[in-house]
Design a protein around this ligand. Structure first.
Ligand code: BGC
Length: 374
């Protein structure tokens, strides 16, 4: 008996001396239709923020952020189970998007004299990487600690029609400054095109808590890229001056979302790429969003030249998301930091070509805070 107690005491002492497991926590999150087990990783910080990300699609499943009184809410749309993420057509909730964020006109492009044909999965156009884009693949996870998750995916030469074996790594970091940071890196063994982003739908009042029309938004852009009826940029970089696209000073999203403006009509609201005002190479302020009710604020900083502002115009109440919440029209907003849509076919847009030996490297930061009540 005395020996048993001694053994117990020794075990307790040893356990308390063993270094804490610093790796991020994970739990099973179901299996894909192909039977692959999916893991859900949890990142936490010292300020009560929490991000849950799964290995399927590198999807940000949940993001808990405190409001002005410290009360947390989940500010991204999504599903409680893996099954929800198989819905068709996909809304791309929280997903990593690749190889190409947004549309490529006609589902084709020419690089070094060779024409590459891609899936036409959005009318005649190619959208978000095709039929099985990076949002639907399994990413390999590594968690050095509770605030970092590194996800890697190797995309084979010819996958979804794109050239080159491509190795992509996306690192999610939750900092003690209430920032969720995404670092995107990639290399290729053949000339290719690449435009990675994340497709989270934010609602700063909390997911499922109504539409985002009363959110105030500032977008740091003097110009945007007008589109045709298939939402392919015409190639023009148009001034936002005097248009519903002028968000250089904060405005309620709902103020002009249904204005009788040809571009608003084509987008059924906002579904446009903004040309960000930039002065250097590091992450710079792209947009700032604020929910007057909860006081939650989100700043988006990026190294990218553009951001797709999409106001969830295609959500129609047919999707039941987390906690059984019904997602109606405009219940979420996306700020997809990116190169401009259809850049492979637009020589006047910044290049999206990645060559062997070069490192694709972009960073986007979503920084959360809150303001005092008004
Ligand atoms: C596009 C929208 C599209 C949405 C979901 C956005 O990036 O710009 O047109 O409906 O993604 O696919």
């Amino acid at each position: 008996m005395a020996t048993d107690k001694l053994v117990l005491v020794c075990a307790l002492v040893m356990a308390s001396c063993t270094p804490q497991n610093k790796e991020g926590k994970s739990q099973p999150f179901g299996k894909t239709p192909a039977g692959e087990p999916v893991e859900l990783f949890t990142l936490t910080n010292s300020k009560g923020m929490r991000a849950d990300i799964m290995t399927y699609g590198g999807i940000l499943v949940s993001l808990k952020v405190p409001d002005r009184s410290g009360k947390p809410a989940d500010v991204v749309l999504g599903f409680d189970t893996l099954d929800g993420y198989q819905s068709n057509p996909p809304p791309y909730f929280g997903a990593l998007i690749g190889r190409y964020g947004n549309r490529i006109g006609g589902g084709r492009f020419t690089l070094n004299g060779t024409e590459y044909k891609l899936a036409q999965n959005n009318g005649p156009n190619h959208l978000h990487g095709g039929l099985r884009g990076f949002d639907k693949v399994m990413w390999k996870a590594r968690t050095p600690d509770a605030q970092n998750l590194e996800l890697t995916y190797v995309s084979k030469d010819g996958e979804e029609g794109y050239p080159g074996n491509l190795t992509a790594t996306v690192t999610y970091t939750l900092t003690d400054n209430n920032e969720l940071k995404l670092d995107y890196r990639a290399t290729t063994d053949k000339d290719t095109v690449l435009n990675l982003t994340n497709h989270s739908y934010f609602n700063l009042a909390g997911q499922g808590e109504g539409d985002i029309l009363s959110h105030q938004i500032m977008i740091n852009a003097d110009r945007f890229t007008p589109v045709d009826s298939g939402l392919i940029p015409t190639g023009e970089l148009r001034s936002v001056e005097g248009t519903p696209f002028d968000f250089r000073h904060p405005k309620a999203i709902g103020e002009r979302i249904d204005a009788p403006d040809a571009q608003i009509i084509l987008g059924k609201g906002y579904d446009h790429n903004f040309v960000l005002n930039r002065s250097g190479n590091g992450p710079e302020l792209a947009a700032k969003v604020m929910d007057p009710k909860s006081g939650r604020m989100m700043e988006v900083l990026t190294t990218e030249p553009g951001v797709q502002f999409y106001t969830g115009n295609f959500l129609d109440g047919s999707i039941r998301g987390k906690g059984g919440k019904v997602y109606g029209r405009r219940f979420g907003l996306c700020l997809e930091t990116q190169h401009f849509p259809d850049s492979p076919n637009k020589p006047n847009f910044p290049s999206v070509v990645l060559k062997p030996g070069a490192q694709y490297q972009t960073t986007t930061v979503y920084k959360f805070s809150s303001n005092a009540s008004q």
